[in-house]
Design a protein around this ligand. Structure first.
Ligand code: DUT
Ligand code: MG
Length: 156
């Protein structure tokens, strides 16, 4: 089995965060690197907070990093990332923050060092607009937003 390519990403620990582990893949097949909180936050039900990670980075041009929720936090506590997938641009040099929202019923305690989200690096494909006055006809046409029918895919 071939190993996935590792894209080198320059990363800088912001002052006071030398003790925190860098984002890391939990298993050899993991798509996302778990990233840890650099601060303590008590997230009340309905509240949201941009949680510090203590990290800044320089993603290579042509790549982005996506910030995604952890399914365990979402399922067990209703704690997730409202802007998922968060977009970290290759030209961003500020602190990586993870926006967390508590959709559960109880206050959720985030503690420094807790694995709060996962980071997925992905290639960026950019569009170039080609402006026209007419578009081609298609089977779908202008139908959308449920135009193909209801939920069930079963016959009858
Ligand atoms: O979950 C996130 C999302 C974004 N960012 C940082 C990195 C990203 O490059 C920058 C801008 O993000 P985005 O484009 O999503 O936000 P915006 O509201 O459009 O702000 P801006 O006007 O700064 O682009 O903010 C984070 O740290 N965490
Ligand atoms: Mg933006």
């Amino acid at each position: 089995m071939s190993s996935p390519v590792n894209v080198p990403v320059l990363v800088k620990r912001l002052p006071g965060n030398d003790d925190l582990p860098l984002p890391a893949y939990a298993t050899s097949g993991a798509a996302g690197m778990d990233v840890v909180a650099a601060e303590d936050v008590d997230l009340a039900p309905g509240a949201r907070h941009a949680v510090a990670t203590g990290l800044a980075m320089a993603i290579p041009h042509g790549f982005e990093i996506q910030v995604r929720p952890r399914s365990g936090l979402a399922l067990k506590h209703g704690v997730t990332v409202p802007n998922t997938p968060g977009t970290i641009d290759s030209d961003y040099r500020g602190e990586l923050k993870v926006i967390m929202i508590n959709l559960g019923q109880e206050t959720f305690a985030i503690r420094r060092g807790d694995r709060i989200a996962q980071l997925v690096i992905a290639p960026v494909t950019r569009a170039g607009w080609v402006e026209v006055s007419e578009l081609d006809d298609t089977e779908r046409g202008t139908g959308g937003f449920g135009s193909t029918g209801g939920l069930s895919a079963l016959p009858g």
